[in-house]
Design a protein around this ligand. Structure first.
Ligand code: GRF
Length: 215
């Protein structure tokens, strides 16, 4: 694991990963299934969610992973909530923060706490179809191929430097749910592969480009 400037962080140990999720948590489950594999190089040490009823929370509890619920309703305003998320994540001393279906925007102040170390998975081929409805928007546009993207998070919505992508065909009978399920199969594999590579080979972010393994 390396900082944006290329200096090794915890190079001889396993990278500490904190997952942020709002939903069912199948991406979290995929990371949990991988992190015991010898040589994977990363370990999920904590889950932070904004939703007290997220399926991801049950998954974390079942796997014995520490978790924190940071619900907007418990905070005075958005900035306060955002700070709360930062505090909850920092407790786990992460080398890498993975947004895996975390359906809220985090501020530049949050990102500054973990510079170049926050990645997101998105169910479309960015820069096409950013935002909360990437699958629905791709389908509505009539594209024949969509997919998923893992990227470094910047201050925009799904605009950060792209790390990895996989294409997924749109089938004639697809509705949003069917297409999203097919994308999620590819997405889980891509996320696990990319997190492992970052942990083992490092991540360098310079000039709006992100490269795994350049160190
Ligand atoms: C993923 O497709 C993610 O990209 C999107 O929501 C889905 C979350 O799935 N934003 P899960 O909660 O990991 O099962």
């Amino acid at each position: 694991m390396h900082t944006p400037s290329g200096h090794p962080v915890a190079a001889t140990s396993v990278a500490r990963v904190v997952v942020l999720a709002s939903g069912a948590g199948s991406n979290l489950a995929a990371l949990l299934a991988a992190h015991d594999s010898p040589g994977f190089g990363a370990r999920v040490v904590g889950l932070v969610t904004d939703k007290p009823d997220a399926g991801a929370l049950d998954l974390a509890r079942g796997a014995g992973i520490a978790s924190a619920v940071v619900a907007p309703a418990d905070f005075a305003d958005r900035a306060d909530w955002d700070r709360g998320v930062g505090e909850a994540v920092a407790v786990f001393r992460p080398d890498l923060v993975v947004l895996a279906g975390f359906m809220r925007i985090l501020s530049p102040a949050f990102l500054d706490r973990f510079p170049g170390r926050v990645v997101n998975t998105h169910p479309a081929l960015l820069p096409a179809f950013p935002g909360a409805h990437g699958v629905r928007d791709a389908l509505a546009h009539g594209v024949k191929v969509t997919g998923c993207t893992v990227h470094v998070v910047d201050a925009g919505v799904d605009t950060g430097p792209i790390l990895a992508q996989v294409a997924v065909p749109v089938l004639p009978d697809d509705d949003e749910a069917a297409l999203h399920e097919r994308i999620k199969v590819a997405e889980r594999a891509l996320l696990v592969e990319t997190v492992g590579r970052i942990a083992r080979e490092g991540l360098t972010v310079t000039g709006g480009r992100a490269v795994v393994g350049a160190h």
